[in-house]
Design a protein around this ligand. Structure first.
Ligand SMILES: Cc1cc2nc3c(=O)[nH]c(=O)nc-3n(C[C@H](O)[C@H](O)[C@H](O)COP(=O)(O)OP(=O)(O)OC[C@H]3O[C@@H](n4cnc5c(N)ncnc54)[C@H](O)[C@@H]3O)c2cc1C
Length: 381
């Protein structure tokens, strides 16, 4: 039985971000995943400017397209283009992005092993044992970066912890018959409490539907997505239709476990207002790595450091959760404010850079009434 400074379960964006930082700090770190890479992950693969900045290395080799404008739609004919001088979002395919990030992480010195089902965790004052059918893995710290259905979270907090909640999204690869590309589109017409999207990927489009709250009667399924695609693109070729939940609620997560951290969707670090989860995954993974390395160097207790390092992110997510409830609950007003000329620069920058997205949601909420009576331009650029 080998002893590692840290074991990380899950080699997605959260796990790789944590492992890269620990490995480059000289820590023996083991990444465990049940999947063989490259593997598919239901995701639109949009990397906002803030995600690109948070990554420790360039992902240019797997960027298929870069966009600097977003089209927002509400009903057919009602659309606004929000443009930026700089790139807003890099378009990747998750299978390619995650494989690339894993290769970078292994290159930095992390080790990787595939595992079967996790039987249990033994947590003591000086370490953690991960029990699997094949063998036990022992480390001083554990990071659960195992996604929305996290086994680590389940073992710590049970099936449905009170602080954790989920959204749901469904996506497909679409090859329009005319071969035409598209702009990046967010369409607020096809679903309630969410949106449809079109993300251009050079040789295809990623098209999907997502809701920030999956608890209502509104169910998204393949038939619904197929209908949406048909309405937009006629007889396009459609491949790889997959759906997955998104993990929310990090803002209310307890910070109690001394040796185990939850990062990414496992810890509820996705953003309910936009559905963006890669940034929260990277940021929370890096925070867990910094907290562990700090304690091992004789600094503050890792759990306290993790709480401090993620405080701002969790505060943003809290505002984002209330922003989502307000925006999708008052869509007419919200859309009018979102596309108002006075906000459009701030909206696109907030989406790209993130720091003010939740604050912006609140500002939109405060000022929406002012714009409620103003007509919307067909296209705002
Ligand atoms: C349809 C859809 C579209 C989306 N589009 C975007 C987007 O464009 N941009 C964006 O920023 N976010 C998007 N998101 C959210 C984003 O996909 C997630 O927030 C992000 O992948 C979370 O990263 P993660 O590392 O926490 O988890 P994951 O990416 O889910 O990785 C978890 C890893 O853990 C492994 N694992 C799981 N369970 C176990 C286990 N028991 N043992 C071992 N390994 C395990 C999995 O195999 C996987 O490799 C989208 C989500 C969906 C569903």
């Amino acid at each position: 039985m080998e002893r590692w400074d840290a074991i990380i379960i899950g080699a997605g964006p959260a796990g790789c971000a944590a492992a890269w930082d620990l490995a480059t700090a000289g820590r023996p770190v083991l990444l465990l995943d049940r999947a063989e890479f490259p593997r598919h992950k239901a995701c639109a693969g949009g990397l906002t400017r803030k995600s690109l900045r948070a990554l420790r290395y360039s992902v240019a080799p797997v960027v298929r397209e870069t966009v600097s404008a977003i089209v927002v739609e509400k009903q057919s004919g009602e659309a606004a283009t929000l443009a930026s001088r700089n790139a807003v979002c890099a378009m990747t395919v998750r299978q390619e992005l995650d494989h690339f990030c894993l290769q970078q992480t292994l290159g930095a010195g992390a080790e990787f092993a595939r595992i079967g089902p996790i039987g249990g965790l033994d947590i003591s004052s000086d370490g953690v044992v991960v029990r699997t059918a094949e063998q036990d893995y022992r480390a001083r710290f554990l990071i659960g970066a195992d996604g929305v259905h996290s086994r680590v979270r389940q073992l710590l907090y049970g099936e449905s912890p009170h602080w954790f909640w989920r959204g749901f999204a469904l996506e497909a690869r679409v090859y329009p018959t005319n071969g035409e590309g598209s702009e990046l589109i967010f369409d607020f017409a096809p679903v309630r409490r969410g949106y449809g999207w079109v993300f251009p990927k050079h040789d295809h489009l990623n098209v999907g539907l997502g809701v920030y709250d999956d608890s209502g009667s509104q169910k998204l399924d393949r038939a619904r997505l197929s209908l949406y695609i048909h309405e937009r693109f006629g007889d396009a070729r459609v491949e790889h239709v997959t759906g997955q939940f998104l993990g929310f609620g990090a803002e209310k997560a307890p910070q109690a476990e001394q040796r185990v951290f939850l990062a990414g969707d496992a810890g509820g670090f996705a953003d309910p207002l936009t559905g963006e989860g890669i940034y929260g995954a990277i940021a929370s993974g890096q925070a867990a790595a910094a907290a562990i390395d700090g304690e091992l160097r004789g600094g503050a207790a890792a759990q306290r450091a993790f709480a401090e390092l993620t405080a701002r992110l969790r505060q943003d997510l809290q505002l984002s959760a209330s922003g989502a409830r307000w925006f999708y609950g008052n869509l007419d007003l919200g859309y009018r404010a979102l596309t108002a000329p006075v906000f459009r620069g701030a909206v696109i920058n907030a989406y790209a850079n993130g720091t003010k997205i939740a604050g912006l949601a609140n500002a939109v909420r405060r000022f929406a009434r002012i714009f409620a009576s103003r007509p919307i331009n067909e296209t705002v650029t």
